[in-house]
Ligand binder design. Structure first.
Ligand SMILES: Cc1ncc(COP(=O)(O)O)c(C=O)c1O
Length: 356
């Protein structure tokens, strides 16, 4: 006899975090496998982290008051519309717990963020995965067709992880007009700060226009605080309230709260860094195009290389030069825009990689 685990948990795939690689000979290792920001936090943010560490014997503010107020001010929304959590993946799980359970369905595009199927199953709901058009973009028509009386939540990831493709604002507006208003639509904008396409979804605008729409955002990517675990939801007040209730008590540490507040106050400086990463992505994409690769347009801090059956082979070649990239076996590889020398190493590997 042993303690019994729910069968749905036994069947869960384990979340595959982006791997690190070891140094090879005299090559220092680089990690381009988790869409992290390669730059350290701003000195002022580091100071806030060090200062709040002095109070780490105390519990954090469970209501995350200062950060919530700062977000409300920054996005001109009511603080009652905001819920925070341990990274946006934590918030996404809180949302699921709030709106879906056994017998309910959650629709999302596939392939998309790997955590979606896992957290859908954890809450006991059924994932409804709608294939991307050409393996790249959301198929909103098919997502509409997938709605049933059991649908409780639709996730729209834009820019989409791992393909980098955006959903167009106009298309999502048309989609939302047809979605029954009792279904929550969450626009996962984890990478929104990197987007430069004026036609892309403007999630906050849709939140103000539709009573069943919310956005999910994070401090992990553009703001470079992945290790501190803080994300947020801006959505309908009744949903935000429920999402605050499903949060792990004291989940967002005081260190994370103060670093996030400081990051918002120094957003301009951080967005300059985003701009630099975008320039690096544009350069990397053009080098890949010169090498003959046909890439989907990315509006995020990563690119998607659909290498199909050769994915694992390529990833192994990158590991030989101490660079970790993220394989999706049999489909493709996601390469985060990190340090330029690492990207140069990847290009070097690709220049020797026969893709015909
Ligand atoms: C689309 C998307 N949403 C959410 C997350 C979660 O990020 P975090 O939990 O660090 O906020 C990620 C992380 O990679 C992501 O790609």
């Amino acid at each position: 006899m042993e303690p019994q685990i729910r069968s749905v948990i036994n069947e869960l795939p384990t979340y595959k975090a982006g791997k690190k690689v070891s140094a090879v000979a005299d090559l220092s290792p680089y990690k381009l496998s988790s869409n992290e920001n390669p730059t350290q936090p701003l000195p002022s943010v580091l100071k806030a982290i060090a200062d709040s560490a002095l109070d780490i014997n105390r519990y954090p503010d469970p209501n995350v008051t200062e950060l919530t107020n700062e977000l409300a001010k920054r996005f001109a929304v009511d603080s009652d519309s905001i819920a925070t959590g341990t990274g946006s993946v934590g918030v996404c799980q809180q949302i699921m717990q709030a709106v879906a359970g056994a017998g309910d369905e959650v629709i999302y595009a596939w392939r998309s963020f790997e955590a979606y199927p896992i957290i859908t199953k954890i809450v006991g709901a059924t994932p409804v995965e709608v294939p991307l058009t050409n393996g790249i973009e959301h198929d909103l028509d098919a997502m509409l067709q997938a709605i049933t009386p059991r649908t409780k939540l639709i996730l729209v990831c834009t820019p989409n992880n791992p393909t980098g493709a955006i959903v167009k604002h106009q298309k999502l507006t048309e989609f939302l007009a047809k979605v029954p208003k009792n279904i929550l639509v969450v626009i996962d904008e984890a990478y929104v700060e990197f987007n430069q396409d004026p036609d892309a979804v403007r999630g906050l605008e849709l939140f103000t226009e539709y009573k069943n729409v919310g956005v999910l955002r994070t401090f992990s990517k553009a703001y470079g605080l992945a290790g501190l675990r803080v994300g947020y939801f801006i959505g309908p007040k009744n949903v935000a309230e429920a999402v605050r209730k499903t949060a792990v008590p004291f989940g967002v540490s005081s260190v994370a709260q103060s670093a996030a507040v400081l990051s918002l106050q120094h957003e301009d400086e951080l967005l300059l860094r985003v701009e630099e990463l975008n320039q690096l992505r544009v350069w990397f994409e053009s080098e890949l195009t010169k090498l003959g690769f046909n890439l989907p347009a990315s509006q995020a801090n990563f690119v998607w290389l659909p290498l199909g059956e050769r994915t694992d082979e390529f990833v192994a070649e990158c590991a030989k030069v101490a660079v970790a990239v993220r394989p999706f076996s049999g489909e493709g590889v996601r390469i985060s825009i990190g340090e330029k020398p690492a990207l140069e190493r990847v290009l070097n590997v690709l220049s020797r990689f026969n893709v015909s």
